[in-house]
Write a protein that binds this ligand. Sequence first.
Ligand code: SF4
Length: 328
Amino acid sequence: MRKPTDPLARLAGRVDWLELVMGFACNCRCRVCSSGFLDPQVRLSNEELATWLERGRKLGATKVWLGGGEPTLHEGLARAIERARSLGYRQVRLQTNGLRLAYPDYVAALRQAGLTEVALSVKGWDAKSHDGMLRREGAWELVGRAAANVREAGLRLEADVLLTTPLLPHLPGLVEDLARRGVERLTFWLVSLHGAPDDDAVTRLVPPLGGLRTPLRKAFARAEARGLAATSLHTPPCSLAAEDHDRYLHSAKYRLLVVVPGNAPFLAQESPMEGGEYPVEPCGKCAVRKDCLGLRTDQLRLFGAAGLEPIARAPRNRAAPPRARRRA
Ligand code: SF4
């Protein structure tokens, strides 16, 4: 009888980061998030968390990323962090809306468990815009307190900023604000319709790739002036200014394995969120195609390839991007 093949065998030696989507429960109802339609009861059990942490180490991962839903609603979070550190993970990253981190004792407990860094999700530029996007009054104030508590605890502070149409003109001011709050690293994420409600109100939040170049140039320049590392996800090089091409984060470079409750695990670059479409115009003559994940289907459906030109030459520093721009 043939021995069954291990479904994870294809991943051996290909994983640095393990992302655990701890569950779909959330204490916000973001207008663009799929967690709002998913069953909040669905989550990784404490046993599953322990098992995946062990599997991740066996596959070679040394960094773990705890996300959701909202991971701070999982009662096993501190235990999972402790477990990760005892298994030898060097970095433990918590990606969170920050509401629960407004309480210093909770931050101290996570630090004690071994947490190393926090990435706060930022979806607006002030209380009105952020609270409106999260549909949670007071969220902006709480995320501000969270930032202060994370810094006070000596943890590394990052911000994952969601790029939406209304936010783009406010990006430079937001970068300044986040720098003042002690954020060390920024990642700009382009909003997607994948998994989000397909209604006009949400569609209007999606900016065309061809309209990102100037606002992101201003934001990157402001980040550089303030000494912040800054990169962007889901923004192919043709949507960025030439000097920003090496800020594009190709998700395969994370070597990130994603574990979602109730689903088969997958590598980040295999997600439809990442792109996957290479229309002849502009991709046919593009010099960086092999280093690009292409365009998302929602972008093509909404905007085609308007404003995007093929890249004539690969950036010279792609093989060795400036250290400050790399994701650790
Ligand atoms: S391969 Fe296509 S999507 Fe990627 S940078 Fe080139 S033109 Fe843009």
